[in-house]
Ligand binder design. Structure first.
Ligand SMILES: Cc1cc2nc3c(=O)[nH]c(=O)nc-3n(C[C@H](O)[C@H](O)[C@H](O)COP(=O)(O)OP(=O)(O)OC[C@H]3O[C@@H](n4cnc5c(N)ncnc54)[C@H](O)[C@@H]3O)c2cc1C
Length: 433
């Protein structure tokens, strides 16, 4: 009998459009590195991305500022130096977004990755061995099924893992509150030399306080009390001055409202700055991000869960894929308390991300990489940045490639084989320079 307010979908056949060794869902920093790593091992690799370009937060999210990369080697360094050679690197580690869109496609294609854009993963079909046999996607081509030996969920929100029935956690353990989403924008019409005091240049936050003062001068209110301007070049800047609080990453209606509200706030801010004249008088919005940036979605249960204790103790693991060194960066989960960010008293000693945190507990041939790996609320607030996501993606790609080659599950791949590829001794050398 049909449930009230439900409609039954008639069953239908879905074409199997491809059979791959490795399929990576989500083409953000983690997904790009995962796909490149698997393809470079000679595996037939498909990367499926819901937006019209690769890069995730670096491009669609318009926040191309890479953090926690300097102690990493591998693909993230290739990406940084490739963009630098194109003249696309600004001060600090901020990149020109259009150049990043082009370069990320190029580096993936050169590795042999087959890219499908504008396509979302919407279902997972499992077999009796608790393995994903195929995923189903939706796009302009309708519904399509894709088979692979191993899948890697790099959707940031853990969409594929949730669809496949994996257990997960969201937000704070005690009340489920999540970090806010943020709309970013590319702005221009002023010069770096004229607005130096407002630009993010060092680690102190004086420039943010200055910017907040300028934004709120005429009664305009900012939802984020630490607004930031990143310099892209002499005349273009990334503007992050919006918080949309407690928006669930799996609720399209709530996300739509957050996008609309965030975009309107950015316009208000720019109008306010313009009206103050002088160095701001010709300010313009080049573009707002094509989607609102999501800091926090599902944290998928893995064979290991990274905890706040691991982070505070600087825990080491035999199967480390990288060391996270970034601080605990919790953007306010409750605007009644504050509208900024805090480490809530938790400090970080560089700690290991073990491969086991990337291998899902509940589905045999599924891995995760990036911000949806297995960890608690506080650990996630530290490891979620781009440098770590990229290093996790690379390691997951190698592990998936070996599993596909050896016809085994990711959890059965001997760590020594992955370590050989990651060339750990050299990694250590790199870290100490
Ligand atoms: C506003 C904001 C500012 C930030 N600032 C910084 C910063 O300055 N520096 C830094 O290093 N980090 C920053 N971060 C954190 C960092 O951006 C992310 O945590 C990091 O991008 C994680 O990489 P990822 O690959 O796991 O996820 P994402 O970058 O989120 O990529 C996920 C990809 O999967 C795609 N996708 C999602 N669902 C599906 C689906 N169902 N099917 C197919 N594709 C799908 C998305 O379109 C996206 O391309 C910021 C985050 C936000 C939100």
């Amino acid at each position: 009998m049909r449930k009230k307010n439900y409609i039954s979908e008639p069953s239908r056949e879905i074409p199997i459009v491809e059979e791959d060794d490795v399929i990576v869902c989500g083409g953000g920093p983690a997904g790009i590195c995962a796909a490149i790593a698997a393809a470079r091992r000679g595996l037939k690799t498909r990367l499926i991305e819901s937006q019209g370009c690769l890069g995730g937060i670096l491009t669609s999210g318009m926040m191309s500022n890479i953090i926690d990369y300097s102690n990493k080697k591998g693909i993230i360094q290739e990406i940084i130096s490739g963009l630098e050679k194109m003249g696309a690197k600004g001060p600090r580690c901020v990149f020109d977004i259009e150049s990043a869109k082009y370069f990320l496609e190029k580096i993936c294609m050169e590795a042999g990755v087959a890219i499908r854009l504008h396509t979302s993963v919407t279902a997972a079909i499992k077999n009796e061995r608790n393995m994903i046999e195929a995923i189903v996607t939706e796009s302009k081509s309708g519904r399509e099924a894709w088979k692979a030996k191993v899948f890697i969920d790099c959707t940031g929100d853990g969409d594929l893992a949730a669809l496949a029935g994996c257990g997960f956690d969201v937000g704070r353990e005690e009340n489920g509150e999540v970090q806010p989403m943020s709309m970013s924008a590319l702005i221009y019409g002023t010069k770096a030399s004229d607005i130096g005091e407002f630009l993010r240049r060092g680690s102190d936050s004086g420039h943010k306080d200055q910017l907040l003062k300028a934004l709120e001068k005429t009664g305009n209110k900012s939802s984020y009390s630490k607004p930031t301007l990143f310099q892209l070049n002499d005349e273009a800047f990334l503007f992050m001055a919006n918080h949309e609080y407690n928006v669930p990453a799996d609720n399209a209606e709530a996300i739509s409202k957050a996008e609309i509200s965030g975009r309107a706030e950015i316009r208000r801010h720019i109008e306010t700055l313009k009206s103050s004249g002088n160095e701001w008088k010709d300010l313009k919005i080049g573009a707002t991000s094509s989607y609102i940036g999501v800091r926090e979605g599902r944290r998928i249960h893995g064979l290991y869960k990274i905890t706040v204790k691991d982070m505070e103790e600087g825990k080491e693991h035999p199967d480390t894929v990288c060391k996270s060194t970034f601080s605990v960066d919790i953007h306010s989960t409750n605007q009644e308390k504050h509208k900024g960010y805090s480490n809530e008293g938790h400090t970080v000693k560089p700690y290991d991300i073990p491969l086991r945190a990337l291998i899902t507990k509940d589905v045999n041939n599924l891995m995760t990489a990036g911000r949806c790996i297995s960890g608690d609320f506080y650990a996630h607030a530290s490891y979620r940045v781009v440098g770590n996501a990229a290093a996790m993606g690379e390691a997951a790609g190698y592990c998936a490639a070996l599993a596909a080659k050896m016809n085994c599950m990711p959890r059965e791949v001997p760590w020594t084989e992955i370590a050989k590829i990651l060339d750990k001794e050299e990694a250590k050398k790199y870290a100490s320079t």
